[in-house]
Structures are given as structure tokens and as C-alpha cells.
Design a protein around this ligand. Sequence first.
Ligand SMILES: O=P(O)(O)OC[C@H]1O[C@@H](O)[C@H](O)[C@@H](O)[C@@H]1O
Length: 324
Amino acid sequence: MSIEKNLSSPSVSASGSNNNNSKYELCKGFNGLDKVLLRHPRGSSAEVYLYGGHVTSWKNERREELLFLSSKATLKPPKAIRGGIPICFPQFGSHGTLDQHGFARNRFWIIDNDPHPFPTNTWNKAFVDLILKPSEGDMKIWPHRVALGPGGELMLTSRIRNTNTDGKPFSFTFAYHTYFSVSDISEVRVEGLETLDYLDNLQKKERFTEQGDALTFESEVDKIYLSTPTKIAILDHEKKRTFELRKDGLPDAVVWNPWEKKAKAMADFGDDEYKHMLCVEAAAIEMPITLKPGEEWKGRLELSTVPSSYCSGQLDPQKVLGGI
Ligand SMILES: O=P(O)(O)OC[C@H]1O[C@@H](O)[C@H](O)[C@@H](O)[C@@H]1O
């Protein structure tokens, strides 16, 4: 069954509202899983599965899909959903003793109708608050907000609070594993990661330094860029669209594309789909975050699009002229 089919005929089972008139709808998605629909009055929308607290769709005002979701995604627990924005927590990748990418993407989150006050403002936003309650019975809680802003921007905010009463610290790594939809991976450039150090997952996590040019893609890539700037741009020349990522509390950035051979080896990924996706993941990996009891961490990612490649520093006509 195609995912699109489910998206086109949502059966609304409940709706909710937070203050400021922000409304969301709770409906059934693929395999009867609960999902939340967010619609901004200006036309943008997003869908969030409670399974994984996982954003599976983000559309702009023209209803164009901006995230990649594999046509082979199973959307069936306990497997994580292939595409959208999985949350890797409390462990990124194999950097620890847990299963790959931790357990948050394989758990059922719940809607939090009475969230602990979020410091971010909610004016003119459509949003939903989710919470992951750990099953181990300890006292850590993980609230997560997904919001759409007036310009169609998608904002994710996660808070992690150590409410342990036994005095034990809590350490974790984290990533918003965003799969961007791109027209043709060979035509895409990533700016903002030039000259940075990275750990190459394809070379036993060895450390290298990136060259001075924007990243382009012609083979498998799986790198963790370290101490990156807060803004990264993905330029899709063919679509004349640039994605902008702004992040806070997430110093690292993973860039991943499985390319042909690995794509064929993944059961939940189409053989040619690597051509139409790129993961650029806002993350905290190299230096795990450690919280003492009572401490809270906040991570934030804002995704937006600019309708041409002119937001690139190199291509900005103002800057080019200014440089003459
Ligand atoms: O197949 P998974 O567990 O969703 O992981 C996909 C990829 O996720 C990326 O973040 C990792 O850097 C890759 O090494 C990994 O292959």
C-alpha cells in the first residue's frame, strides 16, 4: 500500500488545540498508526507519527513535499520509518552500547496537552507537543515540540531533563536525522561545512579535514562534521530551491547518502531512491551531553527554504557585485 494513499484520505479521529489557536488533528496513518496533522493557515503542513515522534511529511504553501520518505518504508513497529525525520536518541549510530541510533525512533510517543512551559513563543505557529515517557521506570522525561511557522518553516525543539533522584548523571548523543528530498543528488551542493574536521564512518571513524569547496556528491558519503556553524545550506540547483538549516545545541552535522550499492542492500529503500535524497543531520555526537540530576538540555532545529539558489554566499548577486 502506498503511503500517499493514506495521506490523501486521513480519517480524523480527534483534534486538539493548544492556546494561541494552534490546532492539530489526530488521525490514522499507515498500518493504523496514529499521526498528527499540522496545518498552518498560510498553507504549509506537516505530519508527525506518534510512533517515533517522527515527522514524515513537510509541505510548503504550494503543497510541495520537502522531505524524502522511501516508497519502501514499512511504517510498522518495531522497525524505524525510513525517511522524514527520525530522532536518534539517546544514542547516535553505534556510538554506545544501545541499538543503532538509540530507541526514541522505535517508541510510541504521546501528545502532551499540558507541557512544561516551552521558552519558545507560539504566536502564529501551528504546533504539537509530544512526550516520550521512558519505560524503564526512571524519572527522565523527553518533551518534544514540532511547529510550523508563518513562512512555512519547520521547527523542532527537544528538551531532555534529568529528574533522577538517585544523584546519577545521564549522558546521551542525539541527531535529527533529516532526509531532504532533492531533485538529483549529483546536482546538489552543501555549504557551511567547508574546511571543517569530520569523522568518516566509511573509514573506521577516522578524522579528516574537509577541503575548501562546497560539498558535492558522486559516491557514498557517511561523515560526521564536528563543531559546525549554526547555519548550513543545501542547494538544489535543478529545483531552484535552497534548504536552510539553523540549529542550536547541536554542534555536529552528519551528511549521509547510501549511494547505489548500499541502497540495494536496504530492504526498506528503493534501489534508485538514493538519487533523490540527502540526509543532513543536526547532531551532538563527538562530545556526549551529560546532565546532572535537575539539569536540562535543549536542542533546536529550524528548517526553511528559499526559492532559488541565490541564498548561497557565493551566488548572492549583492555579494558578487560588492566584491568587484
Ligand atoms: O539504517 P539506519 O539505522 O536508519 O541508519 C542509516 C544511516 O544513518 C546515518 O546517520 C549514519 O551515519 C549511517 O551510518 C547509517 O547507515
